[in-house]
Design a protein around this ligand. Sequence first.
Ligand code: TXA
Ligand code: MG
Length: 319
Amino acid sequence: MGKVKATPENVKKAAAIIRGGGVAAFPTETVYGLGADGLNPEACARIFEIKKRPRFDPLILHECSAARASRLFSGVPAAARRLMKRFWPGPLTLVLPKASAVPDIVTAGLPTVAVRVPANRHALALIKAAGRPIAAPSANSFGRLSPTTAAHVQKQLGCGPDIILDGGRTAIGVESTIITFEGGRPVLLRPGGLPLEEIEKVAGPAVKQGRSYGRTPPAPGCLKKHYAPRSKLVIITPGQAVKQGARTGYLAFSKEPAGKFRMVKVLSRSGDLREAAAGLFSALHQLEASGAAVIYAERVPAHGLGRAIMDRLGRASAA
Ligand code: TXA
Ligand code: MG
């Protein structure tokens, strides 16, 4: 069926596809997801085939309300409950002990499951119409740039998904923040679309990445090379002298660089980190498509959404 506009009729079609064990790409407020029935192991296995993931990573289950999402967990700490109330629907994923109904392929055999309620009307309508949790990783090929438009999905996955719902450009542009709990304390597994500062106001100080998680594998982001464009990406400080020319692309935070490049993208002329995050992957997709062999990417302030931006740039630059 390919790419279709996310009209109410097409959302219903996509829900029927998911109920029938098929795979539908759909917009969320963060990035596009590649969705299947989260309680059907064979349907979930197709997600990995389409993404060409070399192994089974755990998937995020998407629900349409906190009440329904809670049923996928076997227990919810008080601080996690407060986060759900404050931030769902929104770009926050919680990893907590799983309910028995959650299949092993979703959790990659872990005793915990990742769940979120997306803040996108098409996504919520799709989940409601499907009447079950939708398992969905980002709708990109393994290790490639995340998709923030339906065209990005189509370019990478072609006719892999049974349907691609086009709901326009995603509002946040980077994946959800992933939080788990250990001994009642929040632990940051992946920085993302919800700033850590907001989370800490509600759940208290968080343990940050860079420690061991016991039996929990690191979040996907923790694969060193991830979210990568095909060009070589080099992180620089704004104002730093770099090699110019037709082979070079330049990703600026707020100011146009001096000199000539193959392509220049400025993330936010007003220096707004939210705007920068929303346009990050799109800018990288365009720089990659320009054929630049090297992309210089400026550092952004590492607070608020800047933490997620720097995390994704760091991974894209890993050799
Ligand atoms: O914004 C998002 O989170 C997007 C949209 C589509 O919702 N989804 C997304 O999914 O980014 P994905 O698969 O690209 O990243 C989800 C990551 C997994 O790679 C995995 O490492 C982590 O969530 N994860 C899932 N279950 C986990 C678990 N039980 N323990 C630790 N990490 C888990
Ligand atoms: Mg991903």
